[in-house]
Design a protein. Structure first.
Length: 258
């Protein structure tokens, strides 16, 4: 796995890992910062606990190490719990003895000599369900990082220079600079969904479809896009880029269904 930028030399930079054309942010603080400060919303990825799909040998090795650390943590917490219980019993021993002696005096029984307290290690119960577990928010042992220039094509980031990618990047940048939140629009038949605010609080207003100005757009595609936008109550944006790099937007609504 390789990375954009160098967070080691500049702590203010966010480390973005790339693998096979996909970008990942493993640190939860960085993910929150990307959303709150930069208005970039990603998708949560991973495997469900009940349906693990992490079959990569390196991942399985890390899981084995993590399970070993959990076992060591349990015995360490058991030791600490035992010591804390002993301290508590020693603190209350005198008060317990006084209480027992008082009860015997009230019953007229002869006071017995103080007995030696029982071994606190013999009957302690510490279920594994009660142990504290530290949830990892980033890789504990990150691999070797290699800085990647996103403007130069590479096996892990091959998009640089591709016309479709450059068009989508220009459209995304233009919408982002206007204050919109932009997410993937694949579920709605477009390239992007455009929100007026955080997607947690607002519905998308637009479905952006990116296309080249030289590429023909058939009438059937225009009708399909317009009807789709009307069905989901969103305005379709046909987006392209001029020769000078300026993004051009054309709104499309299907009036036949209104």
């Amino acid at each position: 796995m390789r990375t954009f930028g160098s967070a080691d030399t500049n702590p203010s930079m966010i480390r973005i890992h790339i693998l096979e054309g996909k970008a990942f942010v493993w640190n939860c603080a960085d993910a929150r910062r990307i959303r709150e400060e930069h208005r970039i919303v990603g998708s949560l990825v991973g495997a469900l606990a009940r349906k693990p799909r992490q079959n990569d040998p390196s991942v399985l090795k890390e899981v084995a190490v993590y399970q070993k650390e959990l076992e060591e943590s349990y015995w360490e917490q058991l030791k600490l719990a035992t010591e804390q219980r002993k301290i508590t019993l020693d603190t209350l021993a005198e008060r317990i003895a006084q209480g027992r002696a008082k009860k015997k005096r009230q019953k007229g029984e002869k006071e017995a000599p103080p007995s030696k307290p029982a071994d606190s290690n013999s009957d302690i119960v510490f279920p594994r369900e009660s142990m504290m577990i530290q949830l990892a928010t980033e890789r504990k042992r990150p691999g070797q990082a290699e800085v990647v220039d996103w403007r130069v094509p590479s096996p892990d980031w091959p998009y640089a220079g591709q016309q479709d990618h450059e068009t989508r990047y220009c459209i995304f940048k233009s919408l982002w600079e206007q204050g919109y939140y932009v997410t993937s629009g694949g579920k709605f038949g477009g390239d992007f969904l455009v929100y007026p605010g955080d997607p947690m609080r607002f519905h998308a207003h637009y479905v952006a479809i990116c296309t080249s100005k030289e590429e023909p757009f058939s009438l059937c595609d225009i009708i399909s896009a317009g009807r789709l936008g009307t069905n989901v109550k969103k305005t379709v944006l046909l987006c392209s880029v001029d020769q000078d790099g300026t993004a051009v937007f054309t709104s499309l609504q299907w009036s036949g269904m209104q």
